[in-house]
Design a protein around this ligand. Structure first.
Ligand code: BG6
Length: 489
């Protein structure tokens, strides 16, 4: 008996982006500053410090960023200027045959401070134009409500998501955009990589460590409020757009025990569960029993209001989406072993069997098949690969073209593993490559960490013409989509 490896007919092939890394135009048409608009990039700073802000922002850094006289460079304010290039960029996505485009709505274009009672019409009108352009090209929008870009005011004046008031501000934003775009957007995601709060609480839940001496409490209280907000947004979305599909989105970094020693197996299981309980809550509608023990060990006492558990139970998500870039290993005794280099700030022990990217991320296509099977076994809900990609140093050749065969290889190997997962019986309905066009890196704020099929002429300090050029991978992905994933030659 053979098992079909074919992608379903209506499979959503596309690319994924986030407003804060792409749009630029941070002060245009009434936009307010977001949490991500205060990340600097300094080419003269030692490389090993480039991830520091991502791990934790300080008051002094935020205050300096709010000062119009600051001389620092803030790359996410500039993005790749999609705000003024969206027609050209979407036409290029259409040329590749995109069926869908994952993007986020910048909360600060709609509610610049986050606590206003009325939305900003110019911000709403911008996304009307974007969605209309996508429709013109038959590209389905897949929209994240929150992708590391909450209004900065909600961080500085409200102390972020540990404050329950943020649920109301988020719901006001969510219902405003559901109503406005009810005829234009069917697929929604409530929070990008909701499980990453443990690594970068500032950008995930708006927590500046100095404000929250009990950091673990602040992180998980913030996450609890996001769970409630996500469930209520799911409810509202279904009411306003009956045919809508709402998903959760987690970062799924597959973990392997470093050895078969039972202590390593247990350490690995513990680490993986800490990551997966976020989608457990959102997809199954309840905290797993073991989290009580974990919270006790961390000294966390969740403040829940009466009715919270019922809200989580009643309004789980329709589908589960995730980002998948890499795997790493876990040891009960990490101090004796070599750690992964440059693997974001997620840590882990180096896997001797895997190659790594220019940024030290260990490349593991087979881990994607495992991830898909694990998540499908666990939730039995449709899955969507919301991010997968290779950040690399791209050097244009003498004709100005980027011959990125390494990116094609990465993509081919991951698509092959999705085929295997489909043959295993996994219900997978979409795949969006991160990111189809070069933009600012989330973690290091570099432009030179390029993922795109489309090269953008801009350097790490924001110099360049912004000209868009097709890379070799552009034509390759186009062929893959045209053959619905069958032609990987
Ligand atoms: C994911 C984020 O974690 O990884 C994206 O959702 C991000 O926003 C992507 O861009 C790649 O990470 P980086 O740091 O290389 O841009």
């Amino acid at each position: 008996m053979t098992f079909s490896k074919s992608f379903p007919d209506n499979f959503l092939w596309g690319g994924a982006t986030a407003a804060n890394q792409l749009e630029g135009a941070h002060d245009v048409d009434g936009k307010g500053l977001s949490a991500s608009d205060v990340f600097i990039f300094d080419i003269n700073a030692p490389k090993e410090t480039w991830l520091d802000q991502w791990a934790g922002m300080t008051h002094a850094q935020v205050a300096e960023a709010q000062n119009p006289a600051s001389k620092k460079y803030y790359p996410k304010r500039k993005g790749n200027d999609f705000y003024h290039h969206y027609e050209e960029d979407i036409a290029l996505f259409a040329e590749m045959g995109f069926k869908c485009f994952r993007m986020s709505i910048a909360w600060t274009r709609i509610f610049p401070r986050g606590d206003e009672s009325e939305p900003n019409e110019a911000g709403l009108a911008f996304y009307d134009r974007v969605f209309d352009t996508l429709r013109k090209h038959n590209i389905e929008p897949v929209v994240s409500l929150s992708h590391y870009e909450m209004p900065l005011t909600l961080v500085t004046e409200y102390n972020g998501w540990p404050n329950r008031k943020i649920i109301d501000f988020y719901l006001q934003f969510a219902t405003t955009v559901f109503k406005r775009y009810r005829n234009k957007v069917k697929y929604w995601m409530t929070f990008n990589e909701i499980n990453c709060v443990k690594h970068h609480p500032y950008v995930s839940v708006g927590v500046i460590e100095e404000n929250h001496p009990a950091l673990e409490q602040a992180k998980y209280q913030g996450a609890h409020h996001q769970f409630v907000a996500s469930a209520l947004a799911t409810k509202a979305c279904h009411e306003i757009i009956p045919e809508s599909k709402v998903g959760c989105m987690i970062s799924y970094q597959i973990l392997y025990p470093h050895t078969c020693h039972p202590d390593d197996i247990q350490a690995c299981e513990d680490a993986q569960r800490v990551s997966l309980f976020f989608s457990d809550v959102q997809a199954r509608g309840a905290y797993p029993a073991w989290t009580e023990r974990m919270f006790a060990a961390k000294g966390v006492e969740l403040q829940k209001e009466r009715g919270d558990d019922e809200i989580l139970r009643q309004y789980p998500v329709d589908f589960v989406s995730f980002s998948y870039y890499m795997s790493s290993t876990v040891s009960a005794h990490p101090e004796k072993l070599e750690g992964v280099k440059g693997n974001l700030i997620t840590g882990g022990i180096r896997n001797p069997y895997l190659p790594e990217s220019d940024w030290g991320w260990q490349i593991d296509p087979k881990g994607l098949r495992l991830a898909l099977n694990q998540l499908y076994d666990r939730y039995q809900k449709p899955l969507f690969v919301a991010e997968n990609g290779l950040g690399a140093v791209d050097v244009p050749d003498s004709n100005g073209e980027v011959q990125d065969d390494y990116r094609i290889d990465y993509l081919r190997l991951h698509i092959e593993q999705m085929q295997e997962a489909i043959a295993d019986g996994v219900n997978l309905f979409g795949y969006t490559w991160w990111g189809p066009i070069d933009m600012i890196s989330a973690s290091t704020s570099q432009m030179s960490k390029r993922y795109g099929f489309i090269h953008v002429d801009q350097d790490d300090m924001g110099n360049g013409t912004l000209k868009r050029t097709r890379k070799k991978s552009f034509g390759w992905y186009k062929k893959v989509i045209a053959s619905n994933g069958n032609d990987l030659s």
